[in-house]
Each structure stands twice: as structure tokens, then as C-alpha cells.
Design a protein around this ligand. Structure first.
Ligand SMILES: C[S@@+](CC[C@H](N)C(=O)[O-])C[C@H]1O[C@@H](n2cnc3c(N)ncnc32)[C@H](O)[C@@H]1O
Length: 342
């Protein structure tokens, strides 16, 4: 403690300079926000400036159209949208043309990126999360989620955990747009391996050639409906135990996201709109009970998922059903009592 009435820390806070005016909430239509350094843009999306924003603009436009067609409605009419794995914020910036900052949640595992969003896009809800869920976002609190080039990097367990978390936070009828690597990625790896053999590989091809050293095995696993993951890591907090290159077949997406309560309504193959496939998923109207989701998530073959889901549904009916009946009877009695008194 200092000699006076206040601690040194209180005095330090109190004597810091004051702002001349309050920071303004971002309004991209009025003035465009500053960009992060080009190096940061490239590191996160392999593109910068016009090319990076053009991709973001297409992704948001297509996802918005799909949301209007299959999901909860146009983004402009929604209340809570998550940009999952928001990075330096190009998708969030693009969303800001349609949605108010307070309706946007920019979620990333990298606190430098959420600090960047806080600074360059003030007013957006930037949230740093752990590599594995849960988030602090409420049950059924989100209308739509977008994740560009995020699930294409997550390991099987991380992918499955985040699909389940989306099942928890997205409201029935809500939607999620994700991108994934599909079978065309194997051709890229084969090309990189050939370039290495020919001695003309650049740095990216050299790194790519080391993923899926046994390409035949990876392709067989993919054909069998299993995610193929190479844990290369992505720098800093993006460690190889959950982050690398992930190639996910449609059967896997259907199984994992189906167990989380979603169905695939659009699948645009890789190299059509983007280098990655775009998958648009809609949350079923019925909230899936958490216990049922956890059980079905672990069960792999489709047949056993259905069996487990049926078993859990039966158990829930047996255990909760009689109690619900009792509650209904009590409620009827109370209403009858009230009616008699009137
Ligand atoms: C390839 S970048 C894409 C960034 C952004 N979606 C875009 O297209 O501009 C992947 C982003 O996902 C984030 N990420 C990786 N794993 C994550 C996790 N488990 N939870 C949340 N964000 C994650 C990374 O930190 C990174 O910002």
C-alpha cells in the first residue's frame, strides 16, 4: 500500500491518460476499418486484400442465400450470428454489411485474433475459446454459424466436439455453413509429392507433400467414410493434436452433424465456388437431448447410431414419461380449483 489512502495500483489506474472521446462502434458502410498487416492476412487465409475479401464476399453471399432458402431467413433478419474461427475478421467485416455488430460473435481460439477484431471492429462480440468446447454461448442462442476454412483443419475429435457444440448453441431451424476438404485434396498432395520428386517444389508444396505420406491408405479411409487427418499444426496455439489438414467425406459429415441434430441441405464440391467444399446444414426442429447426442456421437456405424438413439429415446420416455403424466394431472387439478373459485 502507498502511504496515502489509495493503493499504488488504484493511483496508477487513476493517473493514466483519459480518452478525448469514446470509441465508435464500427460502421463499415460509413468508414472501412483498417486492415491487419499483409503477413497476418496471408498466414491465416493464404490470400490478402482484394483476393481475400472477394472470397469472403462470395462465401457470405452464398451462405445468406442458403439461409434464406433453407434456414432461419436472410442474415439481415437474424439476431445472433457466429463467425467461428474468425481469424483476422474478413468474414466478420463482410457480415457487417448485412448485420449490426452487436448481433455478431467472432469466435477464435487465438486471443491475438480476437484482440485484433476488438480493435479493428469495435462493437463486435469477439470471444476467445479453448480448442475444445464448450463455449459460454447459451443453449439455442444462435440463429446461424459460419466457419470458413476451419473444419478443414480440425482433427476428428475436435470436429465432432464442435459439431456437438453447434448442436447445443444453434436454435432449432437455425443453420451452419462450413467448408471442408474433399477428395480433390488428395490430388493436390499427390501433385506436391511429384513436385518434390522432380525437385521443383516450392515451400508450400514441400510442406503439403509430407501430409498423408501413405496417400493410398488415406484415400481408402476416406472412401470408407472416415475423416483423414494430418496433424501438421498451424502455429502458436494451433497445435497438431487438433489442427492440421482434415479431409472429411460426405458420409462422415452426415453422420457427425446428423448426430448433433443437423441435416445437410447443400453440398457444393471443392473447386466449384472455393478451393474447399461448402456444406450448408440446417438444425432440426426438435432439440436433441444432450445425453442422446453424446451417445450417438460416439457410436460410429449408421445402424448403431439409430439403435442407440432409439434406445436412449425409449429410456427417456420410460424415465420422464410417468413424471410428466403426474405433472400434467397436478396442473389440471390446480386449473380446476381456480375455475371453481371464480
Ligand atoms: C484458416 S483460418 C480461417 C480464418 C477465417 N475463417 C477466414 O476465412 O478468414 C482458421 C481459423 O480458425 C481458428 N481456429 C482453429 N481452431 C479453432 C478452434 N478449435 N476453435 C476456434 N477457432 C479455431 C484459427 O485460429 C484461425 O483463425
Amino acid at each position: 500500500m502507498s502511504q496515502g489512502k489509495f493503493s499504488e495500483q488504484v493511483l496508477a489506474f487513476a493517473h493514466a491518460p483519459s480518452l478525448d472521446e469514446l470509441p465508435e462502434v464500427v460502421d463499415v458502410k460509413r468508414s472501412v476499418p483498417v486492415n491487419p498487416p499483409e503477413q497476418t492476412q496471408m498466414k491465416f487465409v493464404g490470400l490478402s486484400y482484394e483476393a481475400a475479401y472477394a472470397e469472403a464476399e462470395s462465401f457470405v453471399a452464398v451462405a445468406d442465400q442458403f439461409a434464406a432458402k433453407h434456414g432461419p431467413g436472410s442474415f439481415a433478419d437474424l439476431s445472433h450470428i457466429v463467425d467461428f474461427g474468425s481469424g483476422w475478421g474478413r468474414i466478420t467485416r463482410t457480415l457487417l454489411l448485412r448485420v449490426a455488430p452487436t448481433k455478431l460473435h467472432a469466435v477464435d481460439v487465438d486471443s491475438e485474433m480476437t484482440a485484433l477484431v476488438n480493435t479493428t471492429l469495435p462493437g463486435v462480440n469477439a470471444l476467445t475459446v479453448a480448442p475444445q468446447p464448450p463455449t459460454v454461448l447459451g443453449h439455442a442462442s444462435i440463429d446461424a454459424g459460419l466457419a470458413f476454412s476451419v473444419f478443414s483443419h480440425l482433427s476428428g475429435p475436435a470436429h465432432e466436439a464442435w459439431a456437438e457444440e453447434f448442436g447445443r448453441i444453434v436454435a432449432p431451424g437455425g443453420a451452419v455453413a462450413i467448408t471442408v476438404l474433399d477428395t480433390s485434396f488428395f490430388a493436390k498432395v499427390a501433385g506436391a509429392q511429384a513436385a518434390v520428386r522432380a525437385g521443383n517444389a516450392d515451400a508450400f508444396a514441400s510442406a503439403l507433400s509430407t501430409t498423408f505420406a501413405d496417400l493410398d491408405a488415406a484415400q481408402s479411409g476416406y472412401a470408407a467414410g472416415e475423416i483423414q487427418y494430418a496433424g501438421s499444426g498451424g502455429g502458436e496455439i494451433r497445435t497438431g493434436d487438433y489442427y492440421g489438414w482434415a479431409v472429411a467425406p460426405p458420409a462422415y459429415i452426415e453422420r457427425v452433424w446428423g448426430a448433433a441434430g443437423f441435416r445437410i441441405v447443400e453440398w457444393v464440391p471443392a473447386e466449384t465456388l472455393f478451393p474447399q467444399a461448402l456444406v450448408f446444414l440446417v438444425r432440426g426442429d426438435q432439440a436433441t437431448p444432450m445425453s442422446a447426442r453424446s451417445l450417438t456421437q460416439r457410436a460410429r456405424p449408421a445402424g448403431s447410431i439409430q439403435t442407440t438413439a432409439r434406445r436412449v429415446a425409449g429410456k427417456v420416455r420410460r424415465e420422464i414419461g410417468p413424471r410428466l403424466g403426474g405433472l400434467r394431472r397436478r396442473l389440471r387439478d390446480v386449473l380446476d380449483e381456480r375455475a371453481k373459485k371464480r
